[in-house]
Design a protein around this ligand. Structure first.
Ligand code: SAM
Length: 266
């Protein structure tokens, strides 16, 4: 086994995705590259730029639901807390619940916040959103960055998120979904992580229906794949990393997959 494949195996086994060389800065997402990458340039992507792209994705999502001061936030799938830290440093809100089902990620996130000016502001919860038993309510803004592709029962998760929101609460979800309804067997044949039950990649149509069923209104869906897949693919190639990452770019090129930012209210 090469070092790379040992790290990949660990990531699959323990959810230690943040240890993979393709992710850095404790940020585990493909990134938003609109202002960061000139497609016509051969310039190499630096590690710093990859980190910036992941923060830019957080910025893009948070700007859609802009907290203005007194709001209570819930992040679903907070990973190692780097996005939560970015939110604390760049937006005003009163409190934030950060939820992740992977213990390693939550432990890492908690450690990150121990030595910051905001330890009281953020509360970490190690739970699966689908079966969330912690009593969380009166949330103004729920958001999620690149976690929904992992959730098997997205309908149940959306209903559970809705229960945490207060009247006029908002939701923002960013991740990849298939553009059309495709048979499970086809999705499994394209995406190795779906076959391994690490991802569930639903279609955007199904997610819209599930949002409606959960009682969300004013659903807006924006496809941002143009500013996600190319940069991430270039970075992954540069790292000479596990080729399983290439399938996302290929699926985007073949019009099967896109990266979406979804917002809705209740
Ligand atoms: C790709 S990482 C993204 C982490 C973080 N948002 C970021 O951008 O750095 C997805 C995270 O979602 C978490 N996750 C997946 N399914 C979940 C679920 N059902 N409930 C809570 N967390 C979940 C995983 O443990 C993982 O930390």
């Amino acid at each position: 086994m090469t070092v790379d494949s040992i790290e990949v195996a660990k990531a699959y086994a323990y959810g230690a995705w943040g240890d993979l060389p393709i992710f850095c800065g404790d940020l585990i997402n493909f990134g938003y590259w609109k202002e960061l990458l000139d497609k016509s340039s051969d310039e190499l992507i630096t590690k710093q730029k990859k980190i910036e792209s992941s923060y830019a994705l957080y910025k893009y999502v948070l700007d859609k639901v802009k907290p203005l001061g007194n709001e209570v936030l819930l992040e679903v799938g907070c990973g190692r807390g780097a996005g939560a830290m970015y939110a604390c440093q760049n937006y005003s809100f009163s409190k934030m619940f950060c939820l992740d089902m992977t213990t390693d990620q939550i432990d890492c996130a908690k450690k990150k916040f121990e030595k910051t000016p905001f330890p009281e502001k953020v509360q970490f919860i190690n739970e699966n959103i689908t079966n969330l038993s912690s009593f969380i309510e009166n949330i103004d803004i729920a958001f999620s960055v690149e976690a929904f592709q992992h959730i098997e029962d997205t309908e149940k998760a959306l209903k559970r998120i809705k229960q945490t929101l207060k009247p006029n609460g908002k939701i923002a979800i960013a991740t990849y979904f298939s553009k059309n309804i495709v048979e499970d067997s086809v999705i499994e044949s394209i995406f190795p992580l779906v076959l391994k039950k690490q991802e569930a990649i639903k279609s955007i149509t199904v997610i819209r229906d599930e949002l409606e069923k959960a009682g969300f209104l004013n659903i807006e869906i924006e496809a941002i794949g143009d500013y996600v897949f190319y940069g991430y693919e270039k970075w992954v190639r540069q790292q000479n990393a596990d080729p399983c990452s290439y399938v996302y770019f290929m699926a985007y090129e073949r019009d099967i997959l896109d990266y979406y930012v979804i917002t809705a209210t209740i």
